[in-house]
Design a protein around this ligand. Structure first.
Ligand SMILES: Cc1ncc(COP(=O)(O)O)c(C=O)c1O
Length: 378
C-alpha cells in the first residue's frame, strides 16, 4: 500500500522506503512530488479545470505549441488521457486517411509479434499476446501480425492493401526488445515505397526514456504519425497522437474527439514536464545514467549467469531477461522486500524503467539490492 512518493522513492503505509525502478510503469518521468509539476497543477487548479473542446483554452494551446515545436515532422497533435486512446486515435486516423484519399482497398494494418498497444478493443486487436485477448472476440478486424525483427517477412507481408504498420521501436510489455536502426530504416523505406503509413507507438519508449525525445530519433527515421503517453504527463493521465500535416488533414472537425482531450489541468502539468525534459542536459543525463546502469547490470549478469540470462534495452528502458528457472514474480517480490521496485514484463523479463531523474547513486543502490537478491538465489 503506497501512500507517499518523493523523488525516486515511494513509501508504504508502514513508512518503509522503496527505490522506484518502475516509475508507475515507465510513467513518473520526473519522479514523485516534483515541485514544478505541483506548482503547475496548483496554479492551473485555481484558474480552470475543464471547459471541453467546444472552446479554446490557453493551457492546451501553450502545451500543443511547445510539443509540436520539439516534435518534427508532426504539425498536429490530438490530446487524450491514456495510451490506449492515443492508439485508437491512430488506428482511426490511418483508416480515415486512406478513405479520404479514395484508397479504400488499403485496410490491412501490420503489427509485430510481441507488440503491446493497449487494452481498449481496437488497441487490443493490434496486440499479439493471445492471453490479453482471451474472451473478447470478435475484436476489430484488419490486423496481421508479422514476426519480430524479420525484414523478409515484412517484405512479403507489405502490399497495396497495407494501410499502415504500427510498432514500438522498443517493445515494452513484450520484454524490452529493441528494433535496431537498420530494421527501422528499412521499414520506413518499405512503407514509403508501398504507400503505407508508418505509425510508431512511443507510449513506453518515447518522451526521453531512451535518452532522446523519441526513440525513433536514434534510428534517423521519422514516422507519419505516432503515439505518446506515460511520461508525457509524469503521472497525470495524459496522452497524445502526433501526425504530419498531411496525415492529420483527414481528421476534420467532428471526425473524432473526447470530453477530456486537452483538459487544462493535464496540459498545464504536461507543459511543466516538457519544459524539464527539454531543459539543457536533461536527455544527455538520461543517456549517461542509462549507459552506467547498463554497464553495471552487465557485470551483474556476468556474476550471476544462472539467474540473469541477458541485459536488454537502451537509456533508462532496461530489462533483465531471467533464466527460465527463475520465477519473475518471486524475483521482483524478493527485490521489493529489500526495497527495490521493478516491473515484470512478458515471459522471463523484468523491466527497469525508473524516473528519468535517476542519478548514479540510485543506480548503485539498485545494483547493490539486485546483487543481494541474486546472491543466495537457488
Ligand atoms: C507501447 C504501449 N502502447 C500503449 C499502451 C497503453 O497505454 P495505457 O495503459 O495508458 O492505455 C501501453 C501501456 O503499457 C504501452 O506500453
Amino acid at each position: 500500500m503506497m501512500v507517499r512518493g518523493q523523488g525516486c522513492f515511494l513509501y508504504d503505509e508502514t513508512g518503509k522506503e522503496y527505490l522506484d525502478g518502475a516509475a508507475g510503469i515507465a510513467t513518473n518521468a520526473l519522479g514523485h512530488n516534483h515541485p514544478a509539476m505541483i506548482e503547475a497543477l496548483q496554479d492551473q487548479a485555481q484558474r480552470l479545470w475543464h471547459c471541453s473542446n467546444m472552446y479554446r483554452n490557453p493551457a492546451l494551446e501553450a502545451f500543443a505549441d511547445a510539443l509540436i515545436a520539439v516534435s518534427p515532422p508532426a504539425r498536429k497533435v490530438f490530446f487524450c488521457s491514456s495510451g490506449s486512446e492515443a492508439v485508437e486515435t491512430a488506428i482511426k486516423t490511418i483508416r480515415r486517411y486512406h478513405h479520404v484519399r479514395g484508397d479504400t482497398g488499403r485496410t490491412e494494418i501490420l503489427v509485430v509479434d510481441g507488440g503491446f498497444h493497449g487494452r481498449t478493443t481496437g488497441a487490443l486487436a493490434a496486440c499479439s499476446n493471445p492471453a490479453s485477448k482471451e474472451g473478447y472476440a470478435p475484436l476489430m478486424q484488419g490486423f496481421r501480425t508479422i514476426p519480430f525483427h524479420d525484414l523478409e517477412a515484412l517484405e512479403r507481408a507489405i502490399s497495396a492493401h497495407t494501410a499502415a504498420i504500427i510498432l514500438e521501436p522498443i517493445q515494452g510489455e513484450g520484454g524490452v526488445r529493441v528494433h535496431d536502426a537498420h530494421y527501422l530504416q528499412q521499414l520506413r523505406h518499405l512503407c514509403s515505397t508501398h504507400g503505407a503509413l508508418l505509425c510508431l507507438d512511443e507510449v513506453q519508449c518515447g518522451y526521453g526514456r531512451t535518452g532522446s525525445m523519441y526513440a525513433f530519433l536514434q534510428s534517423n527515421i521519422t514516422p507519419d504519425l505516432w503515439t505518446v503517453a506515460k511520461g508525457i504527463g509524469g503521472g497525470f493521465p495524459l496522452a497524445a497522437m502526433l501526425a504530419t500535416e498531411e496525415v492529420a488533414s483527414c481528421m476534420t472537425q467532428g471526425t473524432h474527439g473526447g470530453t477530456y482531450g486537452g483538459n487544462p489541468l493535464a496540459c498545464a502539468v504536461g507543459l511543466s514536464v516538457l519544459n524539464i525534459v527539454q531543459s539543457e542536459g536533461f536527455l544527455a543525463q538520461v543517456q549517461r545514467v542509462g549507459d552506467y546502469f547498463h554497464h553495471h547490470l552487465q557485470q551483474l549478469q556476468q556474476r550471476h549467469p544462472h539467474i540473469i540470462a541477458e541485459v536488454r534495452g537502451r537509456g533508462l528502458m532496461l530489462g533483465l531477461s531471467l533464466h527460465p528457472a527463475i520465477d519473475k514474480y518471486a524475483f521482483t517480490d524478493a527485490l521489493r522486500h529489500k526495497g527495490l521496485l521493478l516491473a515484470p514484463a512478458v515471459s522471463h523479463v523484468v523491466r527497469i524503467v525508473p524516473p528519468l531523474i535517476f542519478a548514479p547513486q540510485h543506480v548503485d543502490q539498485a545494483c547493490s539490492i539486485l546483487e543481494d537478491v541474486c546472491h543466495p538465489w537457488i
